[in-house]
Design a protein. Structure first.
Length: 297
């Protein structure tokens, strides 16, 4: 279990920490906290000896949108995103986070053929359609992003991590991203099991297992939770702790299959339990941890 992490979003929740964090766990991923809550996180990290990962932004209120729009076609928006991240990295320098995570691609590039009405966006600026955003544009802007993030990772001593948002065929059919990850090998990925499963249910052209098999070797972290979706693609349960009783035939994500692929491709990725532990009792939460540990051992 020394690869396991928990999430703390919005505040440092002492009760959640006591309930979720177990002996031998690696660290905590934090996001969108007031500065007094960041102080609590740092104090507990120093007292208990765990590592901190940051889901950008760590500080609440630094921008209207959570995600930095690094790949916006609007140059002004793009430069504002870089400037925002630079300021946040300067703030984070003293705390030396293990990694800083950003959503990629952002804006998301959507397949025009798919109904995305069930995908949640906070603002229209967070997505473009494939028909108006070319592969060459994505390649060019991604290359600039990789060069910049590699430099900043060296300067501020953190691992840049890109968490997949919704994906289109540029990422799951073309090889440009794999080439960038091999060329800039200090940049890693985050795979979110719930998000990958949701896209497979909404997008008939998307194969979540194939994407995991292709990209797991580049992953620094896995965001692990489960989701149940009915036959009409309506979400019944979200951010649910993964359990062996969750049957894929009943609309749950095939977590065991996902973890078997990850075990084959990457034996060092951290497992960040991005779930709502309040949805289960203490015994079920412990069963979740033991089951995942057994599958990965």
């Amino acid at each position: 279990m020394n690869r396991f992490m928990i999430g703390q979003y919005g505040a440092f929740d002492e009760n959640k920490y006591i309930q979720d964090f177990k002996a031998g766990f690696y660290g905590v991923e934090a996001c969108l906290m007031p500065e007094d809550e960041i102080d609590k996180l740092l104090a507990r990290s120093q007292a208990d000896g765990f590592r901190i990962g940051v889901h950008f932004p760590l500080r609440a209120g630094v921008s209207k949108l959570r995600d930095a729009l690094f790949l916006s076609k609007d140059r002004t928006v793009r430069m504002q995103a870089y400037d925002l991240v630079e300021r946040e990295l300067a703030f984070l320098a003293a705390m030396r986070p293990e990694y800083v995570l950003f959503h990629y691609p952002k804006p998301v590039i959507l397949d025009d053929r798919v109904d995305w009405s069930e995908w949640r966006f906070a603002d229209r600026s967070e997505y473009e359609f494939e028909s108006s955003y070319s592969l060459d544009e994505l390649n060019e802007m991604s290359e600039a992003l990789f060069v910049w993030l590699s430099s900043k990772g060296d300067e501020y001593h953190f691992t840049p991590v890109l968490e997949f948002d919704a994906l289109n065929l540029y990422v799951y059919e073309d090889s440009f991203l794999e080439q960038l990850l091999e060329q800039h090998n200090t940049i890693r990925l985050c795979l979110d099991t719930a998000r990958l499963y949701l896209q497979e249910r909404l997008d008939p052209f998307f194969d979540s297992k194939a994407v995991i098999r292709r990209y797991a070797k580049f992953a620094a972290t896995i965001h692990l939770s489960n989701m149940q979706i009915n036959e009409n693609n309506r979400i019944i349960h979200s951010r649910y702790p993964v359990l062996p009783t969750q049957d894929p035939h009943e609309g749950w994500a095939p977590i065991e299959a996902y973890l078997q692929i990850i075990k084959q491709e990457n034996k060092s990725a951290k497992i960040m339990f991005e779930h709502r532990s309040d949805l289960v009792n203490e015994d079920e939460l412990w069963q979740c941890y033991q089951w995942v540990d057994g599958l990965l051992s």
